[in-house]
Design a protein around this ligand. Structure first.
Ligand code: DHB
Length: 533
């Protein structure tokens, strides 16, 4: 596929630039934002059936704006475009979404490129990298060479498709506006062999898309001060980062470079499912969490490496000085197992078991004797929980692989270099022949631009989102459970409103309470669906 596909990339890039040049002759001047005006009339009217969480069907007629390029100087418009869906009637009743919350739902998975340009309606966006069920969905031609040489391995299963379109459809049926942004991703390569979607491209694009929406206040339907972001896995990481880093000047030069609209990129609330984030600390956290679990599919974990990484986690966690929820006290590597069990895992199992009919609960408990069920509550030990989860998904180190084979290594690629180390430890143990002692000098800044924790710990960003919805499958071993829990604890320590729950026995990418998320949006935004007349 190499040569033909690479030519496709070059051609598509050329087309985008040509269109830019002829369509907006003032692109390089300060009036570049002239090209970023949302056209309220440029929609098509579509109808879809949305099945709610009770199983009831609703007919929703909505206006659909497709593939609006959200920056004045796109690098690749196929990715730097967004779709907008606005409900006009729900079950035959006219609704007024002019002041409704805006669900800003990305479909990034695996830090891969995501495009909505070929979608035929809401929820139709997909990852250009083609990781949704192995089928390229909504992938424009310019993504054709994606992943030809970049790693896609490391068990990066993009689980975004199903989970997120559920959010989007339910939001539409609740009367909300839905914005679906595309974004550049790590595997995109131009004809010169340069990776143009590596860090921090995706977060810069999502911020630019928020700015576009904000700059079009009054033209684009919905309340631009009530933007609620959603994303899963890498998309969950970006959603958290979008929430944490609102209006941070650190991104200004990147935003300027692509001609982002001059507006705020702060968002009101963040929804994040299984966020794969805090990457520079994730190897240590992973070994702390899953270090005693055997790796699946015959791969081996180096015990020494696992132990060394685990020690790094202890140091890192102590430095964070985070307060656990519900008055737990300061979290550290010694008490975190108890914290996860008491705060998240037992309540998750309790909710699950309590909802089962008596006979099914009895069957479940008979098959899972590590759980004690007493007075309507589940209890168990951390060690037994780990055994229950079984094989860990990744080997050690889980994120910065010694052989540069992970998607995250590619995320920190640069120019024509497909993959780089982003931790000193993995660079030291590199097996690809690298001899440098320290990660490249631009790496610390890139890590900062990609990590929501940097905006929540020590010097907190005052313009961050103050409302957090964080969800995780209890059996998800794509990253450490401490990653989400630290995010929640960091926001909680700052006094933010945090809802963080686990889905019992669910794996990576689960979203089993989408209806609750939609209700939570109404609650935190104070929104009531308005009918017309
Ligand atoms: C995703 C999963 C991973 O295991 C990972 O390391 C990065 C991203 C994902 O599903 O998006």
């Amino acid at each position: 596929m190499g040569i033909g596909a690479a030519a496709g990339v070059a051609a598509a890039g050329g087309v985008a630039l040509t269109a830019q040049a002829s369509g907006d002759t003032s692109a390089s001047s300060s009036s570049a934002s002239g090209s970023l005006v949302f056209d309220p009339d440029a929609y098509t009217e579509l109808t879809t059936t949305v099945t709610d969480t009770e199983g009831t069907d609703h007919e929703v007629t909505y206006h659909f704006w497709k593939a609006i390029t959200y920056v004045a100087k796109p690098v690749d418009a196929a990715y730097q475009s967004l779709n907008v869906s606005v409900p006009v009637t729900i079950d035959g009743t006219a609704v007024d979404a002019s002041d409704a919350p805006i669900l800003f739902a990305n479909s990034v998975g695996g830090y891969m490129p995501s495009s909505v340009a070929n979608a035929t309606g809401i929820g139709g966006g997909g990852t250009g990298g083609g990781m949704v069920g192995g089928t390229p969905s909504g992938a424009p031609s310019s993504s054709a060479s994606a992943a030809a040489t970049a790693p896609g391995a490391n068990g990066d299963t993009n689980a975004t498709g199903g989970a997120l379109s559920t959010n989007q459809l339910l939001a539409l049926a609740a009367g909300y506006v839905v914005v679906e942004p595309g974004a550049r991703g790590r595997t995109l390569k131009n004809s010169a062999g340069e990776y143009y979607g590596v860090a921090p491209a995706a977060i810069v694009d999502l911020k630019a898309a928020v700015r576009y929406v904000r700059a079009n206040k009054g033209r684009i339907p919905g309340n631009t001060d009530r933007i609620v972001s959603a994303g899963t896995s890498a998309g969950g990481a970006l959603s958290s980062l979008l929430g944490a880093s609102g209006d941070s000047p650190l991104y200004d030069e990147y935003l300027e470079e692509i001609g982002a609209a001059d507006a705020s990129d702060a968002i009101f609330a963040t929804g994040a499912w299984c966020p794969i984030t805090d990457l520079e600390h994730a190897d240590g956290a992973y070994e702390w969490n899953w270090g005693s679990n055997a790796a699946g599919s015959g791969s081996k974990v180096d015990r020494t490496v696992s132990k060394e990484l685990r020690a790094q986690f202890a140091e890192y966690q102590a430095s964070l000085k985070l307060e656990g929820l519900n008055g737990f006290g300061t979290l550290n590597a010694r008490n975190y197992d108890e914290y996860l069990v008491k705060q998240y895992l037992e309540p998750s199992a309790t909710t699950y078991l309590a909802a089962l009919p008596d006979s099914e609960r009895a069957t479940y408990l008979a098959a899972n004797t590590f759980i004690t069920w007493k007075n309507g509550r589940a209890s168990f030990s951390w060690a037994d929980f780990l055994t229950h989860v079984g094989a860990r998904k990744k080997t050690a180190p889980a994120f910065d692989a010694f052989d540069l084979s992970t998607g995250e290594n590619n995320l920190f690629g640069k120019g024509t270099t497909v993959s780089r180390h982003f931790t000193a430890y993995s660079l030291k143990n590199d097996t690809t022949g690298l001899t440098s002692k320290r990660p490249d000098s631009d790496i610390p800044e890139l890590l900062r631009l990609m990590n929501p924790m940097c905006f929540l710990v020590e010097k907190a960003n005052p313009n961050r989102t103050k409302h957090w919805w964080i969800r995780l499958g209890a059996k998800d071993s794509d990253t450490s459970h401490t990653v989400s829990a630290n995010l929640a604890a960091a926001a909680h320590t700052l006094g933010d409103d945090v809802s963080h729950l686990y889905y019992w026995d669910q794996g990576h990418g689960a979203n089993t309470d989408a209806g609750d998320f939609i209700e939570w949006i109404a609650k935190v935004t104070g929104h009531r669906t308005r009918t017309r007349k």
